[in-house]
Design a protein around this ligand. Structure first.
Ligand code: NAP
Length: 456
């Protein structure tokens, strides 16, 4: 069984039966059969159907918000994900015509030469629970718009999300075989990939999961998008607006109980701002209200699973045992226990500590003073990951110059923890390979096909 244990109280919130191997193969076959007719629709017809499905998800938002709290613990006060979900789908719909347009090389009396962008066929989307609607729509919307059919395999922690999306899209008129929500176990997922079921697989999740997908695809030549973990740094330069920096970076570290792929996991602060930065950060975090995510007062919910909270507790305890200083007073968070994890800010940290090297994916952040840009860049690059980096400076040329030297997928100046659908969502190192959203997202969800036509 696929079982969602609610982090609110450890009860079983939902159970689903995964497809058997035969059922999964049949779902792929239906998706394959449905693809040609879907791709034959005019682009604007596919866009209208997809956007009607997106709008239907918006109509469900009042039910979705508490459902998300039950499934993965995000407080209801934040109102769900429809804002980003809709923003991303809308942007991808708006750029589709240009992004998918053929490249005309020649149209003369004698020759017609062009490169079309054609769909891969069936696309598998494997999605995580931490932003379950937004991470899924990043690929589902452009894949469908580009003329692919889609199988969505959502996380066991958020089994209702794929069901909701499928229902919303069917109600909008998207044919059932064009977009299918499937419950798959890992082995069946790997077996389908190894059997060349898909033209493209987009996996968003852990590094371990990404490796398993890459191994399953070995030798099949299946296109892969692997959007994996991060250990994203923030760097506050000596000329930064430190109040804005601390507000944004601490929110980036703690929002969603720190369970953001591009959450801030380590902060480097110019020496002259260090004490003030830490003081303000501690004041902000000390005011959080940890508790039941269904309570409108709660600003920090439980982590999605008790074992995730245990892993972060261990990272923090190990760092403290090795000399780190913990600034948040446990007495302020009597609710701490099980999946409910108090937030923590650590100083006196070093890169010998796991908390500064391994993805925490929880409400803890280490802060280090740095003497200059060179030291900050060296520390930011001292990581196995490269998703985003947030640089705080009043000088855009400096942000660009620093950004050019950071091994990362996205460079932010004076902002953090935001996914801009106009830009390519991508990473380097163990954060994976590929790129979603933007025009490049469409390039990855299609393949080039060349036409060299001699007219006479
Ligand atoms: P996860 O355990 O890797 O799961 C992600 C998805 O992959 C789930 O649907 C999961 O299914 C599936 N999965 C995992 N291993 C698999 C395998 N061997 N074969 C087939 N499917 C497999 O990750 P998570 O805990 O849900 O998400 C947290 C991680 O995702 C963090 O590392 C975070 O940084 C990363 N993330 C990255 C991005 C990005 O854009 N780079 C965005 C969001 C999250 P089950 O749930 O059924 O196991």
């Amino acid at each position: 069984m696929i079982t969602c244990i609610s982090p609110i109280d450890g009860s079983v919130y939902a159970e689903r039966t995964p497809l058997t191997s035969g059922q999964a193969q049949a779902a792929v076959a239906r998706a394959r059969d449905a693809q040609a007719a879907w791709a034959m629709l005019e682009l604007h017809e596919r866009i209208e159907l997809v956007m009607a499905g997106v709008a239907n998800v918006g109509r469900m938002n009042d039910e979705i918000v508490p459902e998300l709290a039950h499934q993965m613990g995000r407080p209801v006060r934040y109102g769900g994900e429809f804002g980003g979900f809709n923003e991303r789908a809308t942007h991808m719909a708006e750029i589709a015509q240009d992004a998918l347009a053929p490249i005309e090389v020649e149209d003369s009396v004698k020759f017609k030469r062009l490169i079309k962008r054609v769909p891969h066929g069936v696309v598998l989307v494997v999605a995580p629970w931490n932003y379950p609607y937004m991470t899924a729509i990043n690929t589902v919307a452009p894949a469908l718009i580009a003329g692919n059919t889609v199988l969505l395999k959502h996380a066991s922690q958020t089994p209702l999300v794929g069901e909701r999306m499928a229902q919303a899209f069917y109600d909008a008129g998207v044919p059932e075989d064009v977009f299918q929500n499937v419950f798959l176990d890992h082995q069946t997922t790997s077996d389908l990939i190894a059997a060349k079921s898909f033209g493209f697989v987009n996996f968003t999740g852990s590094v371990g999961g990404g490796k398993a997908i890459e191994q399953a695809a070995a030798g099949t030549f299946t296109g892969l998008g692997l959007e994996l973990g991060g250990k994203d740094p923030g760097y506050v330069c000596d000329d930064a607006d430190t109040d804005a920096a601390v507000d944004t970076l601490i929110d980036g570290a703690m929002f969603n109980a720190g369970q953001c792929c591009c959450g801030i996991e380590r902060i480097y602060v110019a020496e002259k701002h260090f004490d003030a930065f830490v003081e303000r950060a501690v004041a902000i975090v000390s005011a959080y209200k940890l508790g039941n995510p269904l309570d409108s007062e709660t600003t920090l919910g439980p982590m999605a699973q008790a074992r995730f909270a245990e892993a972060v507790r261990k990272q923090t305890a190990d760092a403290v045992a090795a000399g780190a200083k913990a600034h948040i007073d446990p007495a302020l968070f009597p609710e701490d226990g099980g999946a409910y994890l108090m937030p923590q800010i650590l100083t006196n940290v070093t890169h010998d500590m796991a908390v500064m090297r391994e993805e925490s994916f929880g409400p803890v952040v280490g802060i280090m003073p740095v003497k200059d840009d060179d030291e900050a860049i060296a520390l930011m690059n001292d990581s196995d990951y490269g998703l985003t980096a947030s640089v705080w400076t009043a000088d855009t040329a400096r942000a660009m110059a620093i950004g050019d030297r950071i091994e990362t997928g996205t460079v932010f100046q004076n902002r953090a923890d935001y996914l801009d659908p106009g830009l390519c969502w991508t990473g380097c190192k163990d954060t994976g390979r590929g790129g979603g959203l933007s025009e490049i997202g469409y390039h990855n969800l299609t393949r080039p096909k060349s036409y060299h036509l001699k007219k006479a």
